[in-house]
Design a protein around this ligand. Structure first.
Ligand SMILES: Nc1ncnc2c1ncn2[C@@H]1O[C@H](COP(=O)(O)OP(=O)(O)OP(=O)(O)O)[C@@H](O)[C@H]1O
Ligand SMILES: [Mg+2]
Length: 338
């Protein structure tokens, strides 16, 4: 079987009790049966092949966790179909549990009063993890996520970041075929975030895991994924490679030059014409700073040459819009759907 996840016109709407304003209203609405529907996920379709590494992003409330909850069988969709490893998650949750790994970063799952080491042993028994697999996943997790000093501590006493690391280790302990990570780096300090990303990448490669990860830290995506899904108010706005995403939305590249003396009006007019001929636009020519933007990748050398030959350039920088800037821009102003 080539496909790991198959999602077809998937929707989820939540029923909510209509709340009246004010304190009295709140009390009243407790007894009222008036409800309203909120469409958290709207008709989304995508499929993910085995071994793919996919990032799911979107603003707060975009429907990411709802999607992951449907994929892991925690909630039942209100429309459409979905299959994970050929099974319908909400119907075959138990069977699927042996083949998937799940982390909900906002709500760590390990909350037991027994030490970390015992927790892992218990999971080994529960999941019937073969010794040779456990040997690899357990040892790797302890080493790569620096869990050694935590092993004797009851899970309940761990800090959020420590518990996240244990949660991740626990989710991967049985080397599941598909792993769902919902904000696995939330609340972690920078060095631990890096550790977690490296661990995810390593284990993914070692076992050929299919990975679906949601996050607000785009570094998680660029470092662990090849493909991106962008949810916007419940709808799928983009599905494709990270490179295709950049090409689609990061159309502008900039050449920023610092010049010895400011460009005069007349000189500016001729320069602007030539820049346009080479496929660029003169965005700024104030004081000692010149900014040229262009859309095509290959236009930079000619434009740079033009600037160098016409002006006394003292410093020069080529800039490409990074994925973080693109995403922020998309969140701020809705773009057309296609
Ligand atoms: N149990 C629920 N009952 C009612 N509405 C819900 C429930 N869970 C989520 N929602 C609503 O569904 C929408 C999508 O929520 P979801 O948790 O999927 O967003 P998200 O993309 O994971 O956001 P975040 O980045 O904040 O985690 C939100 O408007 C939220 O208020
Ligand atoms: Mg969420």
């Amino acid at each position: 079987m080539d496909s790991a996840l198959q999602v077809e016109k998937l929707s989820k709407s939540y029923k909510r009790r209509v709340r009246q304003p004010g304190l009295l209203g709140a009390a009243k609405s407790l007894f009222s049966s008036q409800t309203e529907e909120l469409q958290a996920v709207k008709n989304i379709s995508f499929s993910i092949k085995r071994g793919e590494r996919v990032g799911l992003i979107g603003e707060n409330g975009a429907g990411k966790s709802t999607t992951l909850k449907m994929l892991t069988g925690i909630i039942v969709p209100t429309g459409g179909t979905l299959e994970v490893l050929g099974r319908v998650p909400w119907q075959e949750r138990r069977q699927l549990a042996l083949n998937i790994g799940v982390v909900f970063g906002q709500r760590p799952q390990l909350l037991w009063d027994i030490p970390v080491r015992e927790t892992f042993r218990l999971l080994k028994t529960m999941y019937r993890i073969p010794d040779d697999v456990y040997q690899v996943t357990y040892t790797e997790a302890v080493k790569r996520l620096s869990l050694e000093p935590l092993l004797a501590t009851p899970v309940r006493q761990l800090s959020l970041g420590q518990r996240m690391r244990c949660d991740l280790a626990a989710a991967l302990l049985h080397a599941p075929a598909v792993v769902f990570l919902d904000e696995p780096t939330i609340g972690l300090d920078l060095s631990v975030k890096e550790q977690v990303r490296e661990y995810i990448t390593d284990i993914q490669e070692k076992f050929g895991i299919t990975l679906l990860i949601t996050t607000h830290d785009l570094k998680d995506i660029t470092e662990t994924c090849d493909r991106l899904l962008l949810l916007d108010k419940g709808s799928l706005l983009f599905d494709g490679s990270i490179k295709a995403f950049e090409q689609k939305y990061a159309s502008d590249r900039r050449i920023v030059a610092e010049v010895r003396k400011p460009v005069e009006a007349e000189e500016r007019a001729t320069l602007e014409k030539e820049i346009i001929k080479l496929g660029g636009t003169l965005k700024e020519a104030e004081g000692h700073k010149i900014v040229v933007e262009h859309r095509e990748e290959g236009a930079a050398p000619a434009l740079t040459q033009l600037l160098l030959s016409r002006l006394q350039v003292v410093d020069l920088n080529l800039e490409k819009t990074d994925i973080e800037t693109i995403v922020t821009r998309i969140y701020r102003q809705p773009v057309g759907k296609d």
